[in-house]
Design a protein around this ligand. Structure first.
Ligand SMILES: Cc1cc2nc3c(=O)[nH]c(=O)nc-3n(C[C@H](O)[C@H](O)[C@H](O)COP(=O)(O)OP(=O)(O)OC[C@H]3O[C@@H](n4cnc5c(N)ncnc54)[C@H](O)[C@@H]3O)c2cc1C
Length: 270
C-alpha cells in the first residue's frame, strides 16, 4: 500500500512550521509518523505536503517548570517510559508509555503526535485527560494554552487549528497514586479497553477506547466524590457512554469490561 503523492519539507523551527502551515491549505505535520503514515498508506489521509518537525531543536524534554512538569511535544514514548523525573512526580506516564505498541513504536512515536492525533483508542491521551494536562499550541498569532477537557473534540479531531503546532504538554505534580489497567490480547496490542486512574485527594479516571475520543469516567468520579463505595462507583463505569463495537469486542462487552477494570483500578489505588 502506497500513499498518494505528497511534497515534503523539513523545518528547523516552530515559527517556520507555522508559517508554512498558514500558507499551505493541505499540509500536515509529520512527527513520529506512526499514526499519520499508516493513515496515508490506507488513503484515509492524503495531505499534499508533509512538514517534518522532527529536527526542531529543544522540543524534546521533560523538566520541572513553574510547579508543573513540562514535556516537549517531540518527546518520544521511550523517553517518557525511562524518565526518572516522571517516575518520581507523575509515575502514571512512564507506566502508560511502557505499554504503547512495541519498542520500535516507542522509539519513534511522540507525545505531541499521539495527543494531536486525538485517537480515542490511544493510551497516553487518556492519561493526559485524567491528569488534567494543559496543551500549549503555537500559531501565527502566538501561543495559547488549551485545557485537556477542551482539547479532544471528535473522531481524530482536536482543538488545534490546522496552522497550529502543539509545542508542549504540561502536567501537574502530585498524582503519585495511580493504576493503569490495559486490557488487550497480546502485550503489544492496542487496548480493547483501558482505564487510567490517578488520585491526589480526588480520583480522576480516563478511558481508552470507550468512545471516539479519550474520555473521563465522569459517572464513576461523581460517585466517588459523593462517598459511594468502590463497588457502587465501578457499577456506574459505562453510564451515559456508548462504547464502540469492533472485531475485538461488542459495545456491551466493553461496557462490562470497563466496570471490571475500574474496580481493579480502584482497589490498586488503595
Ligand atoms: C504498530 C503500531 C502499534 C501502536 N500501538 C499503540 C498502542 O498500543 N497504544 C497507543 O496509544 N498508540 C499506539 N500506536 C500509535 C503510536 O503511539 C503513535 O506514535 C502516535 O499515536 C502518534 O505519534 P507520532 O509522533 O507518530 O505522530 P504522527 O503520526 O507523526 O502524527 C499524528 C498526527 O498528529 C499530527 N501532529 C504530530 N505532531 C504534532 C504537533 N506537534 N503539533 C500538531 N500536530 C501534530 C500529525 O499531523 C498527524 O495528524 C501504535 C502505532 C503503530 C504503528
Amino acid at each position: 500500500m502506497f500513499p498518494s503523492k505528497f511534497e515534503y519539507r523539513r523545518v528547523a523551527s516552530v515559527d517556520e512550521a507555522v508559517s508554512i502551515l498558514s500558507q499551505e491549505e493541505d499540509a500536515k505535520i509529520l512527527a513520529g509518523g506512526h499514526s499519520l503514515i499508516p493513515l496515508m498508506k490506507l488513503r484515509l489521509a492524503s495531505p499534499e505536503l508533509l512538514v517534518d518537525i522532527t529536527k526542531i531543536e529543544n522540543m524534546s524534554y521533560i523538566r520541572e517548570d513553574d510547579g508543573e512538569i513540562a514535556i516537549g511535544a517531540l518527546t518520544r514514548h521511550h523517553a517518557l517510559e525511562t524518565s526518572e523525573l516522571l517516575a518520581r512526580e507523575v509515575p502514571v506516564l512512564p507506566a502508560v508509555a511502557a505499554t504503547v505498541g512495541d519498542p520500535a513504536v516507542r522509539h519513534c512515536g511522540t507525545l505531541g503526535g499521539t495527543a494531536s492525533h486525538g485517537d480515542g483508542a490511544s493510551d497516553l491521551p487518556a492519561a493526559l485527560l485524567a491528569l488534567d494536562a494543559t496543551f500549549v499550541a503555537k500559531g501565527p498569532k502566538g501561543e495559547r494554552r488549551i485545557a485537556a477537557k477542551d482539547f479532544f473534540t471528535g473522531f481524530l479531531e482536536t482543538a488545534l487549528a490546522p496552522f497550529e503546532v502543539l509545542t508542549e504538554i504540561r502536567v501537574p505534580k502530585g498524582y503519585r497514586s495511580y493504576s493503569f489497567q490495559k486490557f488487550n490480547r497480546r502485550a503489544q496490542d492496542w487496548a480493547i479497553v483501558g482505564v487510567v486512574a490517578v488520585r491526589n485527594g480526588t480520583t480522576n479516571i480516563g478511558y481508552v477506547n470507550m468512545g471516539v475520543t479519550p474520555l473521563r469516567a465522569t459517572a464513576v468520579e461523581q460517585q466517588l466524590a459523593s462517598g459511594a463505595s468502590d463497588d457502587d462507583a465501578a457499577a456506574a463505569a459505562a453510564a451515559g457512554l456508548t462504547p464502540p463495537s469492533d472485531i475485538n469486542g461488542s459495545s456491551e462487552y466493553r461496557a462490562h469490561l470497563a466496570g471490571v477494570l475500574v474496580r481493579r483500578a480502584l482497589s490498586e489505588l488503595g
